[in-house]
Design a protein around this ligand. Structure first.
Ligand code: ZN
Length: 224
């Protein structure tokens, strides 16, 4: 399975979203996926935070592939050099504070970046794909008619479709949605917040999505 480069997707380089597993890791910017001890995905962390978790012995086990080999100083007692190998997915012990693992009614914060990614950068009216700068947040039921700013009432729309729809419902504007808006689960939200999601990280996150998640099909579209 191939990974996905969200940053390129946001800027509209739609023909080059695919990245190979760890071969495409550039510098130290690739983030590590942190999970709790039960395997529930928690957050993205950088290599420094991952190194801190390793050295504080908070890493219960690791998955995925090796991202970094960090070489530290020489231990005065043993005379050995510290070498830390950091994997793409680390499961950690202790309390998590993860709202998604304890609450089933968790609602992730709504922002345009994750909204556009939820909808795979596709305008849900004309069905075409756009770069972030050409997209907007449309309220299916408009504010003026009592619509709320919630995940299930907002969709990605290109500027042209948004202008055409104006302050009307899809029925009033005689426009049809190509997909139903949904609230991402915590694992889906972590995925949508990713920068470059490596193949193994994506596979791991996908396993935590609901079976019925529309993201399964959208990821296939992203990668096709
Ligand atoms: Zn459109």
């Amino acid at each position: 399975m191939m990974g996905i480069d969200f940053e390129r997707a946001d800027s509209g380089f739609s023909d080059d979203l695919r990245i190979a597993a760890t071969g495409a890791v550039r510098g130290l910017s690739q983030l590590v996926l942190r999970a709790d001890v039960s395997g529930m995905p928690l957050e993205w962390i950088d290599y420094k935070e991952a190194a801190r978790l390793y050295t504080q012995e908070q890493v219960a086990y690791t998955c995925g592939t090796r991202l970094y080999t960090l070489v530290g100083g020489v231990n005065a007692l043993s005379g050995r050099r510290t070498v830390l190998e950091i994997n793409s997915i680390v499961a950690t012990v202790g309390h998590t504070g993860n709202p998604g693992s304890t609450r089933h009614d968790y609602v992730p914060p709504l922002n345009n970046q994750t909204l556009f990614r939820r909808d795979a950068h596709i305008c849900l009216y004309c069905g075409l794909r756009f770069a972030t700068r050409e997209l907007s947040r449309d309220h299916v039921r408009p504010f003026s008619q009592g619509g709320l700013d919630t995940w299930t009432n907002v969709v990605t729309a290109c500027r042209r479709c948004n202008n055409q729809k104006a302050s009307r419902t899809p029925e009033q504007a005689r426009m049809q949605l190509v997909a139903v808006p949904f609230t991402p689960t915590y694992a889906e939200y972590i995925f949508l917040k990713g920068r470059r999601v490596l193949a193994d990280q994506m596979e791991y996150l996908l396993a935590h999505f609901p079976r019925s998640s529309p993201l399964h099909a959208r990821i296939q579209r992203w990668l096709s």
